[in-house]
Design a binder for this molecule. Structure first.
Ligand code: ADP
Ligand code: MG
Length: 702
């Protein structure tokens, strides 16, 4: 089709691009006409507003435009060099226009006492406003040209502007590409949908997003383009999901059996929360079907995911299957093992732990018992994925903290079976549901949105370094009451040496503040062997040491209910979700728990927001919303994934309302026309095929 060919024309064929094509490709990843069209302005300058000098204030950070005349020009020589300074008057007040280069041109061109429109950024110094290198236009020309009210601004790089690709150049290219392609845009949405949602047609949308006629049309254009992008993403995810469910057979767990019932009736130490019950029902209903379960279990730290995981395992075992649980670190795996073994022992379920550090003899024994089926639950790290690990009949695989496991590993796990096991992924990162659905498109989602009763909110305080003595005193008081404390140092991956040094310096200081024999201190860090770590952990678990000094290795797992203080050193270097995870290590016992954030005194605004948020709330969802706002979607998904999503204009975080609508509409359409055979949906079908062919998002997301 001609249309589509035109949009795929290599960018060097656009009039006026020629040798700049290489730069566009390299710096902006613009390879085709379509890519250029999808290169959206990141902001618009409002040129409808004219300021008077009186109206200026130092708080204005965007460009401003002002009408006035130059009444005087002079050259100023200073040690730092020459400047050209013009006095600019709007009839009432004056300000300065400043040039640091191009004097000849400026002097020749500029006319005294002629009305100009100047445009640019302001400086404010010693009570005087100045504008360096203003854009200048005669008022008359300005009016005649009927400038766009809203000027698009495209992101650029130093390299680009050095090589002459300015905002203006891109605008010109955009004009050109719109002119050459606008007749060929294909509307992918059926007419009934355009009418219903009052979508701006595709052509108008592209024109107005690049050259908006007014604010209203700009919003409509943005809405339409964002909607289209998110809609296609949802359509792709949903249709894949439906496909997948049809394709991947699973083993139905037909009954709820004796182990589950015995455990539930006789050994549960606490009543399940309603959220835990609901989630178990959701899982149960999946497992009963002859289709593979792929479910994400979300729950804040301390929400009680472990017991849900265990009871899910019992469903597998009662039906004659084995189960496994895979964790990202040895410490966490060991922690899970300790917790689950306690449950398992009560009902004679056999559980083993397999890690890289497991001894050969024990390992062989585990392999044998796995193969003959006498071992019912295997917990471990990546070691579970080794080829030698062969299950007799694996029915369920639970993956903790999935973001550390890639697709590759998950599929490897599947290959251990003739029919793939059911998969439950657990995560403690609470993100809004619709967002989660887009990020983990292939997973159904269960949320434990309720903490077990009786939890005392953790009291969080932020202290500057100079209050350290106070903090030490507080910890001594708590230790005197029998409590224990974590002191955590940040880990910068780029520099393991430096981290280690920091940690050791910290350890020295702490050792002096908490001397033997009164205090004993444990330390765990990345350079220790797993055995050494385990040894230190166990000393802390048994309360032989009162303080645990560590890098973030303890981030995800550890459950020591008696530890009631979490001190986070250099807290400014942690992200919000990390801080929240760390804080979740305390507050697990009956005592009031504390989280202490230590920082230097000079903090960026973002850091202040992070500290304030931590002090204000314990709610993981609220924290992740703030986190998302601070970091945006890119960070959340990691570079690779957001790149794969290929979102050009929409933002999964900021455009959540549009996302919800897009999802609802996509569901609606697929319900009526699952394979998009309706002639009304022909263009949609084509767009979907294109997307599927281009990037198999599927492979990257889960
Ligand atoms: P997480 O979701 O962070 O993995 P855990 O499963 O480790 O949370 O549970 C945290 C603590 O809460 C554990 O000590 C666990 O025994 C306890 N717990 C879990 N569910 C309940 C419940 N329904 N009532 C009381 N305590 C619970
Ligand atoms: Mg846990």
């Amino acid at each position: 089709m001609q249309t589509r060919d035109i949009l795929h024309t290599p960018i060097e064929f656009l009039k006026g691009v020629a040798q700049r094509a290489d730069l566009l490709k390299k710096e902006l990843q613009i390879f085709t006409f379509q890519d250029l069209l999808n290169f959206y302005p990141y902001k618009y300058l409002d040129r409808t507003k004219y300021y008077t000098i009186k109206e200026l204030s130092p708080s204005i950070t965007s460009e401003v435009q002002i009408i006035g005349k130059i009444i005087h020009i002079k050259t100023v020589e200073q040690k730092r060099g020459k400047r050209l300074v013009a006095t600019f008057s709007d009839g009432e007040r004056t300000m300065e226009l400043v040039w640091f280069q191009g004097f000849k041109w400026v002097k020749e061109k500029l006319q005294i006492n002629m009305p100009y429109v100047i445009f640019g950024k302001l400086n404010y110094f010693n009570g005087v406003y100045s504008m360096p290198h203003p854009e200048m236009e005669f008022l008359e020309d300005h009016k005649a040209q009927q400038k766009l009210a809203l000027q698009p601004v495209y992101s650029s790089s130093e390299k680009l502007s050095q090589r002459g690709i300015t905002n203006r150049t891109i605008q010109k290219m955009m004009e050109q590409v719109l002119q050459e392609t606008h007749a060929f845009f294909v509307e992918i949405f059926p007419e009934y949908l355009i009418d219903k949602l009052k979508l701006l047609p595709k052509k108008e949308s592209f024109i107005n997003v690049h050259f908006p006629k007014n604010n209203e049309l700009l919003s409509k254009a943005q809405f339409r383009l964002k909607f289209e992008e998110l809609f296609l993403l949802q359509l792709q995810l949903l249709s894949k999901n439906i496909d997948n469910k049809k394709k991947i057979k699973g083993m139905p767990f037909e009954k709820i059996g004796p182990l589950f019932n015995d455990f539930y009736q006789n050994h549960l130490q606490f009543p399940l929360t309603n959220a835990q019950k609901r989630v178990l029902r959701e899982i149960r209903s999946d497992l009963a079907k002859p289709v593979q379960m792929n479910r994400l279990l979300q729950g804040d730290v301390g929400a009680g995911k472990t017991i849900v995981a265990f009871m899910t395992m019992l469903m597998a075992i009662d039906n004659g299957f084995q189960a496994c649980l895979m964790a990202p670190t040895e410490i966490l795996a060991a922690q899970h093992y300790a917790g689950l073994k306690e449950y398992g022992d009560k009902i004679n379920v056999k559980i083993a732990l397999l890690m890289g550090s497991t001894k050969a003899k024990e390992r062989r024994e585990i392999h044998n018992q796995l193969e003959d089926g006498s071992l019912q639950i295997l917990i471990g790290t990546h070691a579970l994925l080794e080829d030698k690990v062969v299950f007799n009949k694996l029915g369920l695989a639970i993956i903790d903290e999935q973001h550390r496991f890639g697709v590759e590993q998950r599929s490897k796990l599947w290959r251990k079976n003739h029919i793939p096991p059911h998969i439950l992924v657990m995560t403690a990162t609470p993100i809004p549901r619709t967002l989660a659905m887009s990020l983990y498109g292939d997973l159904d989602i269960s949320i434990i949105d309720e903490l077990p009763p009786g939890r005392k909110p953790i009291d969080t305080r932020h202290f500057f370094e100079e209050k350290r003595a106070l903090v030490w005193r507080f910890i001594r008081d708590e230790i005197a009451k029998g409590r224990q404390a974590y002191i955590v140092y940040p880990l910068i991956k780029e520099s393991e040496k430096l981290d280690y040094q920091n940690l050791m310096e910290g350890f020295d200081i702490i050792s002096q503040a908490f001397p033997l024999p009164e205090y004993a201190i444990s330390i765990v860090h990345g350079q220790m062997t797993p055995q050494e770590k385990e040894f230190e952990m166990q000393r802390f678990v048994r309360n032989e040491t009162q303080i645990m000094v560590a890098t973030t290795v303890i981030e995800v797992g550890v459950n020591v209910p008696n530890a009631s203080i979490m001190v986070i050193e250099s807290a400014e270097r942690f992200g919000l979700s990390q801080l929240h995870q760390l804080r979740g290590r305390v507050g697990r016992g009956a005592e009031q728990s504390y989280c202490i954030l230590m920082t230097g005194s000079k903090l960026s605004n973002d850091t202040k927001v992070r500290m304030e948020t931590m002090v204000r709330t314990n709610d993981g969802f609220e924290i992740s919303e703030v986190d998302l706002k601070l970091r945006g979607q890119g960070d959340l998904m990691g570079k690779q994934q957001s790149g794969t999503m290929n979102l050009r204009i929409a933002d999964l975080v900021k455009d959540q309302e549009i996302l919800k609508l897009a999802r609802a509409v996509a569901i609606e359409i697929l319900k009526k026309d699952l394979t998009l055979q309706d002639p009304n949906h022909a263009s949609l079908n084509w767009a979907l095929q294109q997307m599927n062919a281009k990037n198999n998002i599927w492979n990257h997301i889960s």
